[in-house]
Design a protein around this ligand. Structure first.
Ligand code: GLY
Ligand code: MN
Ligand code: MN
Length: 474
C-alpha cells in the first residue's frame, strides 16, 4: 500500500503493483543501458517562513504514489528502481509529520532500494556510469539540467579509468506523457469520484446563491467560493485542482477571473469554474446559473446555444475522432446561434461558412473547447497524432494574418480524458445588441473516451437550464 505515513496527505489504498507496472513500462522504453531520473516538486516559500501548501510532482507521483517532498526516483533500463527520500528524523517529524524513510520505502512503495536524499549527489555519478542515455523531464524543474550536468562531469572525470559516460540526454516527458494520456481503470475510478465531489460542490453553490438572495443577504463571490471549498473537503478532496473562478455578472467575461469580493445580485448570471483534486487527480467543471434561480430571456437564449454546442461536442467525442473534432462541432453550433440571435450581423459577416472561415465568432468565443485532464488539470500529452507529426500544413490566420503550421491532431482512444467547455462571452461593442451585454456563459464537463463514445464524469450537477432552475429553487 502506498499510504506513506499516518499524516500522509493522500488517503489512498492503491496497490504498489500499479506503480511498479508503470515503472516497468517506462523502463522498457529507456533502452537496456538507459537511466531515468525523476525529481518530485520543490517546496515553495509563500512569505517569510511560510510555505505554499505542498503539492508533489505529477510525473513523480504517477511512478511512485509517494507524496513527500525532497524525493527522487531513479530507474534503469533493466527495471531496477531506487528512491531517494527524506531520512527519518525525530525532531523534524515532531514539527512536520511522519516520514516514510528509506528503510521502509522498499516495502511500502515496491522500489528495489531506497537511500537518504542527502546521498543523491554522491550516488548519481555512480548510477550514471556505464549508461548510454540519461532520461529526465526537460524544462520542468528549474536547475535540473545543471544538476545532471554536474553529475555527468563527475562521470567524465572517470573515463580514463574506463568508465563510460552517457552520450545522450533525452526528454522523459515524451515517454511519460504518452503513458499518462490513456487513463487506466484505477485512474478513471478516481476521476469519477473527483467529478462527483465537484458536481456536489457546484450544486451546493447554486442552492446557496438562491437561498442567500431570498434571505436578502449581501452575497459576495467569496461566499459561493466558501460553499465549494466546504463540499470539496467534505468529500475528502485534498484541495482545489486550480484556483476557483466565481464570477458574478460582467466578471464572467474575464476568462481567468478569480473568486473575489464582487456582489452577486439578482438578475445576474454567476459563472463558476471550479473542481477539486482527489488523490492527485483533477476535476474541472463550469456551470453558469442565474443568481436568483431564474434565467432572463436574453440569458436563456445564449445559454441554450452554449448547451447545444456542448451537446454537439460531446457527440463528437468518441474513438477515432480527432481531438479537434469536438471544438469544430461546438464552433459550428455557436456560430449558427450567434447569427440566429443577432450577436453577429449576417449583413456584415455573411453566411455560417464565412463566420467559421474568417473566425468572426472569435469576438465571443476565443478559447478552445477542451484540454486533456488527469493528474494535472491541463494534463500532459501531445495534441498531435504521433504517427503524423511529419504532415504539416500551413494556413494564414484570418484574424492575425500569422502563418500557422498545423499538424494532424490526436486521434481519440478509449481511456483518454478531456474537458468539453464551450462558451459565449459578450463584451459591449458596436453593433452588439444591448440585451446581451456583459453576459458570460461557459459549460464544462470532463469526459473519458469509451469504446463507443464518451462518459461524462461530472454530470452529478444539472446542466439544462430548467433543471438548474429547479435545483436552485427546490
Ligand atoms: N479551469 C481551467 C480550465 O477550464 O481550463
Ligand atoms: Mn477546463
Ligand atoms: Mn475549467
Amino acid at each position: 500500500m502506498t499510504k506513506t505515513a499516518d499524516n500522509s496527505p493522500m488517503n489512498t489504498n492503491v496497490p504498489t503493483s500499479l506503480f511498479a507496472q508503470r515503472r516497468a513500462r517506462m523502463a522498457a522504453q529507456l533502452g537496456a543501458k538507459g537511466i531515468a531520473i525523476v525529481p518530485t516538486a520543490p517546496e515553495r516559500a509563500r512569505n517569510r517562513d511560510s510555505d505554499f501548501l505542498y503539492r508533489h510532482d505529477s510525473y513523480f507521483y504517477y511512478l511512485t504514489g509517494f507524496s513527500e517532498p525532497n524525493a527522487w526516483l531513479v530507474v534503469t533500463g533493466d527495471g531496477a528502481s531506487t528512491l531517494f527520500c527524506q531520512p527519518k528524523d525525530t525532531e523534524r517529524e515532531i514539527w512536520d509529520g511522519l516520514r516514510l524513510g528509506p528503510e521502509a520505502a522498499p516495502g511500502a512503495l515496491g522500489v528495489q532500494s531506497a537511500l537518504p536524499v542527502g546521498e543523491l549527489d554522491a550516488q548519481m555519478p555512480r548510477l550514471l556510469e556505464n549508461r548510454d542515455a540519461a532520461w529526465f523531464p526537460f524544462a520542468t524543474h528549474s536547475g535540473l539540467e545543471q544538476r545532471v550536468a554536474g553529475w555527468l562531469e563527475k562521470v567524465r572525470a572517470r573515463v580514463r579509468y574506463g568508465a563510460l559516460c552517457p552520450e545522450t540526454q533525452r526528454d522523459l516527458c515524451s515517454v511519460l506523457d504518452e503513458m499518462r494520456l490513456v487513463k487506466d481503470p484505477h485512474e478513471q475510478d478516481i476521476m469519477r469520484r473527483a467529478g462527483a465531489i465537484s458536481a456536489r460542490a457546484h450544486a451546493r453553490a447554486m442552492k446557496a446563491s438562491y437561498r442567500m438572495l431570498r434571505e436578502g443577504k449581501d452575497m459576495r463571490e467569496y461566499h459561493l467560493d466558501a460553499e465549494l471549498l466546504h463540499e470539496f473537503r467534505l468529500g475528502g478532496s485534498q484541495y482545489p485542482a486550480y484556483t476557483s473562478i466565481v464570477a458574478a455578472g460582467a466578471n464572467a467575461c474575464v476568462l481567468h477571473y478569480r473568486a473575489d469580493a464582487a456582489p452577486v445580485r439578482p438578475g445576474e448570471l454567476v459563472l463558476i469554474d471550479a473542481g477539486c483534486e482527489l488523490d492527485g487527480y483533477a476535476s474541472d467543471i463550469t456551470r453558469t446559473f442565474p443568481a436568483d434561480g431564474k434565467f432572463s430571456a436574453a440569458q436563456r437564449a445564449l445559454y441554450d446555444i452554449v448547451l447545444a454546442s456542448q451537446e454537439a461536442a460531446v457527440a463528437a467525442t468518441k474513438p477515432g475522432a480527432r481531438f479537434t473534432d469536438p471544438h469544430e462541432a461546438a464552433v459550428k453550433v455557436l456560430a449558427q446561434g450567434m447569427l440566429d440571435v443577432g450577436l453577429l450581423d449576417r449583413n456584415k459577416v455573411g453566411t455560417l461558412d464565412d463566420v467559421i472561415e474568417k473566425r468572426s465568432y472569435f469576438q465571443f468565443y476565443m478559447h478552445r473547447t477542451g484540454h486533456w485532464i488527469g493528474l494535472d488539470v491541463h494534463d500532459a500529452g501531445s495534441y498531435v497524432e504521433p504517427g503524423e507529426v511529419g504532415t504539416v500544413s500551413e494556413r494564414k490566420d484570418p484574424l492575425s494574418g500569422e502563418v500557422i503550421k498545423d499538424r494532424p491532431s490526436r486521434i481519440l482512444r478509449p481511456g483518454m480524458a478531456l474537458t468539453i467547455e464551450p462558451g459565449i462571452y459578450v463584451r459591449p461593442a458596436e453593433g452588439v445588441p444591448e440585451r446581451f451585454h456583459h453576459i458570460g456563459i461557459r459549460i464544462e464537463d470532463d469526459a473519458i473516451v469509451t469504446p463507443d463514445g464518451c462518459e461524462l464524469v461530472t454530470r452529478g450537477v444539472p446542466v439544462k437550464a430548467d433543471e438548474i432552475e429547479a435545483l436552485m429553487r427546490g
